[in-house]
Design a protein around this ligand. Structure first.
Ligand code: NDP
Ligand code: HSE
Length: 437
């Protein structure tokens, strides 16, 4: 190989950083053959530089990540610390120093990507973020490059490995939510703060990125409607199965005539759909585009080596691009910066879906009639009802309703009226149904 090796600085040696060290060492020869030159890990930073880590020949480890970013020998900085600060400052400093950046940090890209990409474009460097969405699935490349000929209509996906792992373990093995989450954490799937996974924030970060590269709109994390999985019970998983559905945590984005719809929340998906059968830590994204039709991207959504696969692929892309004119590189958000379109992000009240409702109701005449009357007044039609026989001596019964499609605002009004009924107790569980037709 005639070109000089490229030296890399790595920030973070945790789950993903450790995976990157491993892959760079194990596949060094193959990576060099693909990149056209050797990719050499020169120095790294971690909070505790003295901790025992994966071995890499000649690697120095610092406690100060800015020392790595300011090292003139480092051509590409790989940010795998996570969180917003100091990651944002480090990435902006790397860019200001004329270095290319690879990151897996979806929070950073979703919340500060507009600023970071503007800085990178001004400096003529690349910021690559394949690992930020879908772990090892090359979904960014697929949408940004593979589907570049298409008008993308919508996309839907299971984009958080931790919640998918937890829901799968609860359904398949009857494990408790807490036990399944502890297992996902031990396997390195969860965020440093797992509430990001459970409350849907991590999926909202990823959906923000997917919507931008699919529709050519700015990154607008604050406009994603976000619900997590904490309220899903084993009963809901069972009732959904009785009705022919699986409950998944879903991200959904659609470009319509009035604007862009972006939402993440649990959803009932028909059990015959491929997405309904994506289990454990696996992720999948379904993309509906006008020329190709529907395509599905499936693979491990988290974990050391799958995520390292995406990080190192970005590194190879960046190294290949070192010899190309910066103005001819693939745009960060798929569309040229001057062509980003400020289409409005729609309010959740404007969204139309079908619903699964679970209510705790008194087992006496008139209660079900009152519920259906309220739904009827909002023009919400019912597809199925399950009323479980109450256990002996119990006065309350679970009533499960499956509705046809209706606007969110109507369902919200109906639910407030239903929850105020005399014979209904506690808040209703409401999960949207997505047939993905
Ligand atoms: P970890 O918590 O496992 O690792 C974080 C690393 O960063 C640790 O090595 C830590 O040092 C180091 N670190 C933290 N703060 C500092 C600091 N201020 N200065 C220097 N080093 C610091 O995180 P992950 O590897 O799981 O995640 C990294 C990124 O990748 C996150 O953005 C995450 O969202 C993303 N990601 C993670 C996936 C996964 O499966 N885990 C999948 C896809 C993306 P020390 O080791 O000394 O504590
Ligand atoms: N915590 C994230 C998940 C890591 O579980 O999907 C991968 O982005």
């Amino acid at each position: 190989m005639s070109l000089e090796p490229v030296d890399i600085g790595l920030l973070g040696l945790g789950t993903v950083g450790g995976g990157v060290v491993h892959v760079l060492a194990r596949n060094a020869r193959e990576i060099a053959r693909r990149a056209g030159r050797e990719i050499r890990l020169l120095r790294a930073a971690a909070r505790d530089p003295a901790k025992r880590r994966a071995e890499y020949p000649g690697l120095t480890i610092d406690g100060d990540p800015f020392a790595v970013v300011d090292d003139p020998r480092v051509a590409v900085v790989v940010e795998l610390i996570g969180g917003l600060e100091p990651a944002r400052e480090l990435v902006l400093r790397a860019i200001a120093n004329g270095k290319h950046v690879v990151t897996a940090n979806k929070a950073l890209i979703a919340q500060h990507g507009n600023e970071i990409f503007a800085a990178a474009e001004a400096r003529g460097v690349t910021v690559a973020f394949e690992a930020a969405v879908g772990g090892g699935i090359p979904i960014i490349k697929a949408i940004r490059e593979g589907l570049a000929a298409n008008h993308i209509e919508w996309l839907a996906g299971i984009i958080n490995g931790t919640t998918n792992f937890v829901l799968s373990r609860m359904r398949e093995r009857g494990e408790s939510f807490a036990a399944a989450l502890a297992e996902a954490q031990a396997l390195g799937y969860a965020e440093a703060d797992p509430t990001f996974d459970i409350e849907g924030v991590d999926a909202a970060h990823k959906l923000t990125i997917l919507a931008s590269i699919a529709f050519g709109v700015p990154l607008r994390f604050d406009r994603v409607y976000t619900e997590g999985v904490a309220q899903i019970t084993e009963d809901d998983l069972r009732y959904a199965e009785t009705l022919g559905y699986r409950i998944k945590h879903l991200g959904f984005a659609r470009r319509g005539p009035d604007g862009v719809e972006m939402r993440v929340h649990p959803a009932l998906i028909p059990d015959r759909c491929l997405l309904a059968n994506v289990d454990g830590v696996m992720n999948a994204v379904l993309v509906k585009a006008d020329a190709v039709g529907t395509t599905l991207y499936y693979g491990p959504g988290a974990g050391a080596l799958p995520t390292a696969s995406a990080v190192v692929a970005d590194l190879i892309d960046v190294v290949r691009s070192l010899t190309t004119d910066p103005t001819n590189r693939v745009p960060h958000l798929a569309f040229q910066p001057s062509a980003i379109d400020d289409a409005p992000a729609l309010d959740i009240d404007a969204v139309e879906t079908a619903y699964y409702l679970r209510l705790s109701a008194e087992d006496r005449p008139g209660v079900l009639a009152a519920i259906t009357q309220i739904l009827g007044a909002e023009e919400i039609s019912i597809e199925a009802v399950i009323q479980k026989e109450p256990p002996a001596g119990a006065a309350r019964v679970s009533v499960i309703l499956l509705t046809h499609r209706v606007r969110e605002a109507r369902m919200r009004r109906a639910l407030s009226a239903i929850e105020a009924l005399d014979g209904v107790h506690g808040p209703a569980t409401r999960i949207r149904v997505e047939t993905l037709a």
